[in-house]
Design a protein. Structure first.
Length: 160
């Protein structure tokens, strides 16, 4: 099945927009960690999972969510806040550059995403999270699309 350049460009734009939306969610989550105490997070998670755990004490999502909330400390909460906000801000800047077709954003995005992937794989070695693998696969697809778009832009445009 052959894709036209126009279709590939559309897929590229959608994937970059999805990365931007994900970045905004990361920033919001990081800000939540900054402004909401560990006890408040644990109380909220307890409230959200209570009924599910009464119904099924081994519910996968509820037990993992509760365990994660119970494992939060002030130090881990601060790390998550910093990590999510900084990670999100970096991605927002790169997404804006890509959507505006700034040539410098393409190699910068590839380097940043390679770093994010390396960290995701490192975390996977500890967590064995399917979500990290799926995110890594999506990131690899986006990297291929970024490379493709960058190659086309360099052919058709002078350097910014």
């Amino acid at each position: 099945m052959e894709f036209s350049e126009n279709r590939i460009h559309q897929v590229f734009r959608v994937s970059v927009i999805l990365k931007g939306l994900h970045a905004l969610i990361e920033i919001a989550g990081g800000l939540l960690f900054y402004f909401v105490s560990t006890q408040q997070i644990l109380a909220l998670v307890n409230r959200l999972t209570r009924e599910e755990l009464v119904e099924d004490p081994r519910d996968f999502v509820a037990t993992h969510l509760l365990a994660a909330a119970q494992g939060l400390t002030g130090a881990t909460e601060s790390f998550y806040a910093w990590y999510l906000v900084s990670h999100g801000l970096i991605k927002v800047v790169l997404v804006v550059g890509l959507l505006r077709e700034k040539l410098v954003a393409y190699p910068a995005s590839l380097v940043a995403m390679a770093g994010f992937i390396a960290y995701q794989l490192y975390r996977y070695s500890y967590t064995h999270s399917l979500g990290l693998i799926l995110l890594t696969i999506f990131d690899l697809v986006v990297m291929v699309l970024i490379w493709h778009e960058w190659r086309l832009l360099r052919r058709h445009r002078p350097v910014d």
